[in-house]
Design a protein around this ligand. Structure first.
Ligand SMILES: CC(C)(COP(=O)(O)OP(=O)(O)OC[C@H]1O[C@@H](n2cnc3c(N)ncnc32)[C@H](O)[C@@H]1OP(=O)(O)O)[C@@H](O)C(=O)NCCC(=O)NCCS
Length: 221
C-alpha cells in the first residue's frame, strides 16, 4: 500500500482541535503506521494560508488531484454545511470516522461512517448513530439513544438514555437532555437547535430552537 492521504475539510477552530488526533486515529483504523499517512487541511475555496499549525492546507481541487488512496472527514459544526461538503467531495475520497484515544465507546453500538469523537467523549451501550455525527469534547451519548445523520453535539452535551435525535439537530454546549422511556423516548426533531446550557425535559419540535431550564421554544424575532 502506498502512502495514504487524509483530508480534513475545514481549517477553522474545530478542525484545528480535531487535527491533533487524526493521524493516530487513521493509523489505528487502517492498521498502518502513522509514517505512511499524509494529512492535510482541505478548504472548499482557495486557501489564504499554505499551512495551519504546521499542517499543509490544500484546496479541494488540489486534494482531489493527489494520486493514491484518499480518505476524508469534515470538521465544521453545522450538519447541513457538513452534508454540502460531503457532496462536494463525492466519490473522490472515502469517508473515515475519527476517534481520539481518550474517547470511549462501549458495547453494541451501531455508528455510521464519518463520525468524529473528540477527547473525553463517550457512547455507553446500545446506541444507534447516523452518519457524520460530531461529538465534541466531554459530550456523551447514553444507552438506547437513536441519533440521525449530520447531528452535532457541542462540548459537554449530556444526552441521557432513550433519547431520539433527528437529522441535522444541533445540541449546544453543556445542554442536558432528560432520559426517555422505552415506550416514549424523548424526541428532538429534525434540524432543531438546543441552546447552550439548556435543560431539555420534553420533546423538541422539528426546526425549533429551545433555551433555558426547563428548555422552552425561543420565539423568532
Ligand atoms: C440558542 C442560540 C442558538 C441562539 O442564538 P441566536 O439566535 O443568535 O440568539 P441571540 O444571541 O441573538 O440571543 C437572543 C436572546 O436569547 C438569549 N440567549 C441566547 N442563547 C441563550 C441560551 N443558550 N440560553 C438562554 N438564553 C440565551 C440572549 O441572551 C438574547 O437575550 P435578549 O433578547 O434578552 O438579549 C445560541 O445562543 C446558542 O446557545 N448556541 C450554541 C452555542 C454553542 O454551544 N457553541 C458551541 C461551539 S463549539
Amino acid at each position: 500500500m502506498g502512502r495514504v492521504k487524509f483530508g480534513l475539510l475545514g481549517a477553522g477552530g474545530f478542525a484545528r482541535e480535531v487535527m491533533p488526533f487524526v493521524k493516530g486515529s487513521v493509523a489505528k483504523t487502517l492498521l498502518i503506521s502513522e509514517e505512511n499517512i499524509n494529512v492535510y487541511f482541505v478548504e472548499t475555496w482557495q486557501p489564504k494560508e499554505s499551512t495551519v499549525n504546521g499542517y499543509s492546507v490544500l484546496s479541494l481541487d488540489e486534494f482531489i488531484q493527489l494520486k493514491g488512496k484518499k480518505y476524508f472527514n469534515v470538521a465544521v459544526g453545522s450538519g447541513r454545511d457538513r452534508e454540502a461538503m460531503v457532496t462536494e467531495v463525492g466519490s473522490n475520497a472515502e469517508p473515515l470516522s475519527l476517534q481520539a484515544p481518550q474517547a470511549t465507546i462501549f458495547d453494541c453500538n451501531i455508528i455510521a461512517n464519518g463520525s468524529v469523537f473528540c477527547p473525553n467523549t463517550m457512547v455507553t451501550s446500545n446506541a444507534s448513530i447516523g452518519k457524520f455525527f460530531h461529538c465534541n469534547i466531554y459530550a456523551y451519548v447514553a444507552h438506547d439513544c437513536v441519533i440521525g445523520d449530520f447531528v452535532t453535539f457541542a462540548p459537554g452535551v449530556r444526552c441521557n438514555g432513550r433519547v431520539h435525535i433527528e437529522d441535522y439537530a444541533y445540541i449546544g454546549t453543556n445542554a442536558i437532555i432528560r432520559e426517555g422511556t422505552s415506550e416514549k423516548p424523548l424526541r428532538i426533531g429534525k434540524g432543531a437547535v438546543v441552546g447552550m446550557g439548556a435543560v431539555v425535559t420534553k420533546d423538541v419540535p422539528a426546526g425549533a430552537t429551545v433555551v433555558g431550564n426547563p428548555a422552552r421554544v425561543m420565539e423568532k424575532r
